[in-house]
Design a protein around this ligand. Structure first.
Ligand SMILES: [Mg+2]
Length: 341
């Protein structure tokens, strides 16, 4: 097999600001793996919070390259183990390789990846659309921009969280609202804000407290009166048993867990602990979204708006219709490169 990559610059249509950062430009790395004339693709969406960058992704790919060249495309489990053993961390780089290998394997069989896994494309969940931090007028514009989506996920963790939630609720009186504090609150602050969230009929609360504060999350869950979802606290399946009782659901992302196979393990581990499962994304193109979306029939909820937030998506793949994830009836991840405008 031959492994190659290139960097891709992405701009969001509107600035994407959350509690710990905000910047207009994002840079991801697109990975291709070719075997006997068939090519699979994957995307690395490195995140500074997890100490990754386009440079760290490429450094990891340089380590993986000779290993992939010697491997068989169908040996997905063995390759996962080999890459984890070769280098600690680097989840987004490994996820790109994993996605490309799964794409390649399913393309060789001429079936969509979800079908290779025995999943039915009719059973996909609704996906939320993210309302990033903004001023009042900006929030209204974002809600109008999300007209197609019945579920909105509001980013919080500012000194004006009340105003943000009230503004979105007034602009979207009938939509399902979820909030994501991105680890910005103390447990006591989270419980204090929960009353305001309940007054605005918020459905669920994602990552209210610091990633390592599992007991704080339990404290919030017992007092906030709504389901709590772990995101930054839950990177891989090993994290799930210790979160049992502290949250109601986990948010799976390829850029955190490092492979499609680990994402599947997370789904089963969460179910075994009686938790619900959602999957999310970083700012990424339809290539990255189409990889995680292959698991959509196994999810309770999705937050797969990463490509919908982009000004210019270089790929076509999974789409969103009426807020629902729509899987393609096409081989592999069902992704094609968009011709340059
Ligand atoms: Mg989150």
């Amino acid at each position: 097999m031959k492994l190659s990559w290139y960097r891709v610059s992405l701009q969001t249509r509107m600035p994407f600001v959350i509690s710990r950062w905000g910047y207009p430009g994002h840079e991801n790395v697109i990975v291709s793996i070719t075997d006997d004339g068939v090519t699979g693709m994957g995307e690395a969406a490195p995140n500074r919070y997890y100490r990754e960058s386009p440079e760290s992704v490429i450094a990891a790919l340089e380590v993986y390259q000779p290993l992939i060249e010697k491997a068989q495309y169908w040996s997905l489990e063995a390759i996962d183990l080999m890459l984890t053993g070769a280098l600690a961390g680097n989840a987004s780089a490994r996820a790109a390789v994993s996605s490309a290998l799964h794409d390649l394997f399913a393309r060789k069989l001429s079936v969509p990846l979800y079908r290779m896994w025995g999943l039915s494309p009719e059973c996909t969940p609704l996906t939320s659309f993210t309302i990033a931090i903004d001023d009042v007028e900006g929030l209204k514009r974002r809600v109008a921009d999300a007209a197609e989506y019945p579920v909105l996920k509001i980013k919080l963790g500012t000194d004006r969280d009340d105003e943000i939630v009230r503004t979105v609720r007034e602009a979207a009186p009938d939509k399902t609202l979820r909030v994501d504090a991105n680890a910005a609150w103390t447990p006591v602050e989270a419980v204090e804000r929960a009353a305001m969230l309940r007054d605005n009929a918020v459905e669920s609360l994602e990552q209210p407290v610091a990633a390592s504060d599992v007991e704080g999350m339990r404290f919030v869950r017992e007092r906030c009166g709504m389901p709590v979802i772990a995101d930054e606290s839950c990177l891989v399946s090993r994290d799930i048993p210790r979160l049992a009782g502290s949250c109601d659901a986990v948010n799976i992302k390829l850029a955190k867990c490092g492979s499609l196979r680990e994402a599947i393990r997370m789904i089963h581990t969460a179910r075994a602990h009686d938790m619900k499962v959602m999957a999310g994304c970083m700012i990424e193109t339809s290539l990255g979204i189409s990889a995680i979306a292959q698991l959509a029939p196994l999810l309770d909820a999705a937050d797969l708006d990463g490509a919908a937030l982009l000004a210019d998506d270089p790929f076509t793949g999974v789409t969103i219709h009426g807020g629902r994830v729509a899987l393609q009836d096409a081989p592999g991840l069902g992704v094609t490169r968009r011709p340059p405008a």
